[in-house]
Write a protein that binds this ligand. Structure first.
Ligand SMILES: N[C@@H](CCC(=O)N[C@@H](CS)C(=O)NCC(=O)O)C(=O)O
Length: 147
């Protein structure tokens, strides 16, 4: 059955008098499948947009000790500017959907989830193993992430 899409906008009117300005503040696509309204894909699109070749992205929760350790390890390395990104998934409205999608992509929904380029290397313990074996720096050099 082909998927049709409906869209939900939240609109804010700014300004006053003769020149009101309409601003679309949120936008959510709702694919309708078998007449059921189901929000999907925003989380997928969000995660996909962050995972890029040449970048290191880590999905984190700020309260997670494994995430803090991961941040500590990676922050000590000489990354090129803009190459390393920590994405706090709790700052989104889609924490569960993002974790579900991370599970689908990587086999685990725990944080941190560390991506070197398009590949997920796992979580904090995997990062530590790679750091100890020297593979971490090798992989980072391979994608051109280091200065
Ligand atoms: N062995 C994992 C442990 C990661 C872990 O247990 N993370 C916790 C947060 S501290 C988690 O994701 N729990 C499930 C959740 O928050 O949904 C690693 O080294 O990354």
């Amino acid at each position: 059955m082909p998927e049709t899409r409906k869209y939900q906008y939240t609109v804010q009117i700014l300004g006053s008098g003769r020149n009101p300005v309409m601003v679309v503040t949120t936008f959510r696509p709702f694919p309708i499948y078998r007449n059921k309204l189901r929000p999907v894909s925003l989380a997928h699109e969000f995660v996909n947009s962050k995972i890029q070749p040449g970048k290191v992205v880590v999905f984190i929760k700020p309260t997670c000790p494994y995430c803090k350790k991961t941040q500590e390890i990676l922050s000590q390395l000489p990354f090129k500017q803009g190459v390393l990104e920590f994405v706090d998934i709790t700052a989104t409205d889609d924490v569960n959907e993002i974790q579900d999608y991370l599970q689908q992509l990587t086999g685990a929904r725990t944080v941190p989830r560390v991506f070197i380029g398009k590949n997920c290397i796992g979580g904090c313990s995997d990062l530590i193993t790679m750091q100890q074996s020297g593979e971490l720096v090798t992989r980072l050099k391979q994608i051109g992430a280091l200065q």
